[in-house]
Design a binder for this molecule. Structure first.
Ligand SMILES: C[S@@+](CC[C@H](N)C(=O)[O-])C[C@H]1O[C@@H](n2cnc3c(N)ncnc32)[C@H](O)[C@@H]1O
Ligand code: FES
Length: 450
């Protein structure tokens, strides 16, 4: 079993609502409890835990299997986990009251499950019923819209330590009947818990969606609520070939947009610094630097480095606030301008074009790269960060869908492929053009001024 002493599988196969399955019987709590208990009993590095798909024993779920012994446990509850860890994993004593050790019966149950499943698939197919996954896709906007509305109404903050529908409706100035429907829907999505007519935040909603929490992601997520409006016009945008109806942007659009960019950028800034390197980099130009998260990361990595951020006039005051908060106002400056038209400056060691190219047309990007090439010192680097499509442009999915996000939100933007970026960089005069894959969906394209 090296490098682990045990390997435990817990079935987490989700099935359509109403169909018996391990998650419906509580396997996700079992999994959580297992991770917690392994930590508490000091076994985390000895035990590998994996989720697995349906084993055909759903009526007896949650199912857990422990290797190397191959012990099957059934109807495991979160409360049983401490005993399994201490007795089985620590003392080598199987928890016999939960063990299922009747291979013929297990085999028959699994075979019966397969027979029923195949009969159901056949009946659905013969009836010409739309498969569940396709039906789900047509209405998957409903959970998304429900959560976005909850964020817009700041419901999770209003729920606080718990409250009735009426109390929460009052706090958010909403209609009580409609607020209760929304709260019930949030509970059905497991974003809230309802006990005796009182709604409570889950651990995740208290941590990520509530004001006052250190990890509150609500400000950045409101950006998604804003872009929802553009996506409602997708059909029209496809007909017209460009964004329609973004002229009336809601209050707070820019603030929420920069908050969202800051959240994304902070997540990967250190990986970008590491991939680019810091050798000889003293002067940086950060085009469309937004919250300045990347300039801040480079400035922290190189004490003598200075960075200039060029961004739109409406954004620069926000940029300055982020930089002041980071205590780097003496080394990171910002100026208002249009990177497509205004002079870029000269003699930079590094020009950052991070999450920028998707806003522009191929022609604008070519021209931007050409001007950036001129603005670099010899051996200076241009670094592009973006979702980078594979040559066929159908993967990764996040990049293909993001291309539509640019269709609905910009005049001529899109996601672009590695061959496109490479050609633009080479044609602008860059050498040593390379792609760097980062953890997560985004990637870098780097070129060096020869
Ligand atoms: C998607 S955000 C990326 C921000 C930042 N680079 C990051 O990765 O976090 C795009 C940024 O470019 C700025 N921007 C858009 N068009 C611009 C233009 N023509 N000139 C200068 N900045 C622009 C926006 O205001 C915004 O801050
Ligand atoms: S869903 Fe777990 S065994 Fe079927």
């Amino acid at each position: 079993m090296e490098p682990f002493r045990f390997h435990i599988f817990v079935c987490t196969q989700e099935k359509p609502e109403g169909v018996t399955c391990c998650p419906a019987s509580g396997s996700l709590s079992v999994l959580q409890s297992l991770h917690r208990e392994l930590g508490v009993q000091g076994l985390s590095s000895d035990v590998q835990v994996s989720s697995c798909g349906c084993l055909g024993l759903c009526d007896d779920g949650p199912i857990m299997i422990t290797y190397p012994e191959g012990v099957w446990y059934r109807k495991v509850k979160a409360e049983d986990v401490p005993e399994i860890v201490s007795s089985h994993l620590r003392s080598g004593k199987v928890v016999s009251r939960l063990q299922w050790n009747d291979p013929p019966a297990m085999k028959e149950a699994a075979a019966e499950h397969t027979r029923q499943y195949l009969a159901m698939v056949k009946a659905k197919d013969e009836a010409g019923t739309l498969p569940d996954n396709l039906f789900e896709m047509t209405r998957s906007f409903m959970p998304s819209r429900t959560l976005l509305t909850a964020l817009e109404l700041d419901i999770f903050t209003a729920v606080g330590a718990g409250g009735s529908a009426e109390q929460i409706a009052q706090k958010i100035h909403a209609d009580p009947r409609a607020a209760e429907m929304l709260l019930n829907a949030l509970a059905s999505l497991k974003l809230l818990e309802k006990r005796d007519e009182t709604f409570f935040n889950t651990a995740a909603s208290a941590r990520f969606f509530s004001a006052g929490s250190h990890d509150n992601a609500q400000p950045g997520l409101l950006h998604i609520a804003h872009i929802w409006h553009g996506w409602s016009n997708l059909t029209e945008c496809v007909r017209e070939g460009t964004s329609v109806g973004t002229a009336r942007r809601q209050d707070g659009w820019t603030r929420d947009f920069i908050a969202a960019m800051d959240h994304n950028a902070k997540e990967r800034a250190n990986a970008v610094v590491k991939a680019v390197g810091t050798n000889g980099i003293k002067r940086v130009l950060d085009l469309g630097g937004g919250s300045g998260a990347y300039s801040i990361a480079f400035a922290r990595a190189v004490p003598e480095l200075k960075s200039e951020i060029l961004d739109l006039a409406g954004v620069v005051p926000l940029t300055q606030r982020y930089i002041q908060q980071a205590g780097l106002a003496s080394r990171i400056t910002s100026r208002a301008g249009d990177m497509l038209r205004d002079p870029l400056g000269e003699n930079y060691d590094l020009i950052l074009v991070l999450a920028i190219c998707h806003m522009f047309s191929p022609k604008e990007n070519r021209e931007l790269f050409r001007r950036a090439h001129k603005a670099l010192a010899p051996k200076g680097q241009l670094v592009v960060q973006d979702f980078i499509l594979e040559p066929a442009k159908t993967a990764p999915r996040v990049a293909a869908l993001f291309s539509l996000n640019m269709l609905v939100n910009t005049r001529a933007g899109a996601s672009y492929s590695e061959p496109e970026y490479s050609a633009w960089l080479r044609d602008a005069g860059f050498s040593d053009v390379r792609r760097v894959r980062l953890p997560g969906p985004g990637g870098l394209m780097i070129g060096v001024r020869s």
